[in-house]
Design a protein around this ligand. Sequence first.
Ligand code: TRP
Length: 378
Amino acid sequence: MTTQPALSPSPTPSGVDALASTDSPSSTDAPLSTDAAAARSRELAASIAQDPTRHRMLTGDRPTGDLHIGHYLSSLRSRVALQDAGVDSFVLIADYQVITDRDSVGRLQDHTFSLLADYLAAGVDPRRSTIFTHSAVPALNQLMLPFLSLVTQAELLRNPTVKDELAASRRPLSGLLLTYPVHQAADILFCQADVVPVGRDQLPHLEQTRVIARRFNARYADGAALFPEPSALLNDQQLILGTDGRKMSKTRGNVIRLAATEYETAALLRKARTDSESTITYEPERRPEVANLLTIAAGFTGETPEALAAAVGSGGGALKALVIEAVNEGLRAHRERRRELVADRAQLVEILHEGNARANAVAEATLAEVRRAMSMDY
Ligand code: TRP
C-alpha cells in the first residue's frame, strides 16, 4: 500500500491527497450504504415506539464550544424525548475527541460545563440519563486496544468524515484523528447501546462500529453476541443553517447560541441574510435563506413553515420580527434554567461526578466480559 505519506508529519494538509488515493475497498464487509442505514433507522424508530425500555441510547457532543439553536432543535429535544419515553440514556461529553483536529484543548472546562448546563436545562435528567466524559472512564478508553486490532488501515483511511475533518483541520493527519472512529466505537459499545441518534455525517463511524462489534464477536467471543450492532437513529428534520444561509459554524459567527441573550439573538437575526423578494414563501430549494428562518421559527412554535410564511405575508423585517419572537420565547425557560445552573458550578461538578461513576461501573463490567472472552482474566 502507498499510504505512508498520509501518516508522515507534513506541515501542510497534503495528507488529504494521500487519503483520496486509498479509496479502493479492501475489506470483505459491505461498503457504507446510506439507504440501508436509513431503513435501519426507520425500523429502530418503530421498535422504540413499541417498547422504549428495551433500548439503550448513547450519543454525545464534543466540548469545543457552546451549543446553538441548531443543536437544540435537531438533537437536544429528541434526546430528551427518548429519555422521557423510557429509553435508557447515556450522554457523552466527548472530551478526548476535542484533540482530534486541533493542537490544544482550548477552553475545555468552560465548554464541558456549558454543555452540561444546556443538557440539564433542556430536560436531560441526571437521575435517568448517565452524563459523563471520556477522560473519567478508563475502561471505556481501554476498549480501544482490542478494537484497533479489528480494523484495517485501509478502512481508517477511507472514512469520508475523517477525510473531511482532516481537510478542514489544515494539519497533518494525527494518529488520533485517523483512529477516533474506533474510539467512538468504544463510546457506543462500552455500554452496549443499540440506539445512536446522529446526523448523517456520523454514519461512517456507525458503520465502523457495527463492523467492530461483528468482528469482535466472531474473533474473540466465539460468535457470542457480546456486543450488539448499534443503529443510527437519523433525524429527518430540516438542517438549520446559520444566519448567513451557510452551515452553522462558530468560526463564521453565524450561530445563535443557546446561551445568547435576547438582545444578542435579536441583533443576529436582524442581520440574517434574506433575499430581494418581499413576499414570504417557504421554498427551501429556491429561497434557502428565507426558508431557513421559517424553519427556525417553526421549530420553536410548532407551526408549519408554510403557515408561518402565510401569516407574515410580506417583508423581510416582519419575517425577522416573527423569528426573533419565536426564538426568544421558545428559549426563555431554557435560558433561565441555564443561568441558574451555570451559577452553581459545584452542583454541576457533582452531577458530572455521579454520571462518571455510573459510566465507570458499566465500562468496568463490559471490560471484564471482554477480558474473559479474550482469556485475559487473571
Ligand atoms: N463525533 C460526534 C460529533 O462530532 C460526537 C460523538 C462522540 C458521538 N462520541 C460519540 C456521537 C458516540 C455519537 C456516539 O457530533
